[in-house]
Design a protein around this ligand. Structure first.
Ligand SMILES: N[C@@H](CCC(=O)N[C@@H](CS)C(=O)NCC(=O)O)C(=O)O
Length: 375
């Protein structure tokens, strides 16, 4: 029962899964996502060009294909023995899911900004070496022109533009300061064992913000413990070790990070949900949800330095938010109250009663309106 991870060292979401599989001590082979692998494996299996993809030799003729890091991790967690990266106490588990969402879908903003503003030539060479490993370096660089155009062009959709760059950099440095202080007392977010929240943060913080040379210099200078944490989570020396803090404790530094989620990311998610409701009003169950639902004004940045800017309305993170609210709704009694209290203290009291206007599901590796709630 073997796993194959298709991806590349330069990919944000591949790093998240690689670090997790290594910690989980699951045997896997990594296959580089070359142009041929996209044609022969990724497109036929997934239907659109995206990494990472995991194939599990589960005994079926073509193996089980998995895409989306959250689905990949959940699948492995459900099948493989050993300790879990999901805390089993309510506050820690809820906070870990929130921070996975925050890492995947909000810290992607600085990850993309710093890559394309300060590490463009490096990333282009890496893209070329991934897709055309057998070409000479100059040919690899030239061959990556189009992909670099696509990814670097997508940053305006994330809200990165000349008016927001200063705010994005200030917010990233603030994040580093908070996480650095936390890591003075703990190895990971919730103690000595990495959680799904750690892996959510690892995506942007490892492959882009540590591994890209200019960004790595910045991180090592401003937040050496964050750099050490990213290295530790990506290449753990001791797999399957560590514990979550007792008594469902949320350390003060994690609370600070949750405040950042509540102040920065949550309002954008709320607006996105309203846009999804309007879009879905006349749609049938099973309809594919477009990757972008138009543009809106979003506040990006930390505290007084935040700016309002144009940003694409990106519905995908709502699927992850649905995972957060589903977990909340699975709780009863004291556990449910503990999450309400956590939401109040982190400044997101209105997330306590929030439900998405429609249920979402993944269908053929894309986002779709779920059968049960659509019109
Ligand atoms: N939510 C997805 C995101 C995957 C993703 O965006 N991967 C990037 C590379 S790191 C990609 O292939 N993007 C192609 C695209 O967005 O069109 C996951 O967790 O797997």
């Amino acid at each position: 029962m073997h796993y194959t991870l298709i991806g590349t060292p330069v990919s944000l979401y591949t790093g998240k899964v690689r670090g997790y599989l290594r910690w989980k001590n699951v045997p896997f082979t990594e296959r580089l996502s070359t142009r041929e692998v996209y044609k022969a494996d990724i497109l036929p299996r997934v239907g659109w060009p995206v990494i990472p993809v995991v194939i599990h030799e589960d005994g079926s003729p073509h193996g089980k294909t998995l895409q989306d890091t959250s689905d990949i991790i959940d699948y492995v967690e459900a099948r493989e023995p050993g300790p879990s990266i999901y805390p089993d106490t309510p506050r820690q588990r809820f906070a870990a899911l929130v921070l996975e969402l925050f890492g995947d879908e909000w810290l992607v903003i600085p990850a993309m900004h710093y890559r394309w503003a300060y590490n463009r030539a490096f990333a282009q060479q890496e893209f070329g070496a991934t897709s055309h490993p057998h070409l000479a370096p100059e040919e690899q660089f030239a061959a990556a022109e189009k992909a670099v155009g696509f990814f670097s062009g997508s940053i305006t959709g994330l809200g990165v533009n000349p008016d927001s760059i200063a705010a994005i950099e200030t917010a990233y440095e603030d994040f580093l300061t908070v996480f650095e202080a936390h890591l003075g007392a703990h190895d990971c977010l919730f103690g000595s064992r990495p959680s799904i929240g750690d892996y959510g943060l690892l995506g942007p913080l490892y492959a882009h913000l540590l591994r890209d040379p200019k960004s790595g210099e910045l991180m090592r200078r401003l937040a050496p413990r964050v750099a050490a944490w990213a290295e530790r989570c990506h290449a753990p020396q001791h797999s399957l070790t560590g514990n979550f803090l007792a008594k469902d404790d949320i350390p003060p530094g994690v609370m600070e990070l949750l405040h950042r989620f509540a102040a920065q990311h949550w309002p954008v998610l709320r607006d996105t949900a309203a846009a999804l409701a309007a879009w879905a009003a006349d749609k049938q169950a099973g309809t594919e949800v477009p990757r972008i639902l138009g543009f809106h004004k979003a506040r990006i940045g930390h505290g007084d330095s935040a700016v309002e800017t144009d940003r694409a309305i990106i519905p995908f993170p709502l699927w992850m938010l649905q995972g957060v609210t589903d977990y909340r709704d699975s709780l009863t009694g004291a556990a449910r109250l503990a999450v309400s209290e956590l939401l109040r203290s982190m400044g997101a009291a209105d997330l306590d009663a929030f439900t998405l206007p429609v249920r979402l599901e993944r269908r053929h590796f894309k986002l779709a309106l779920a059968a049960e709630t659509a019109a």
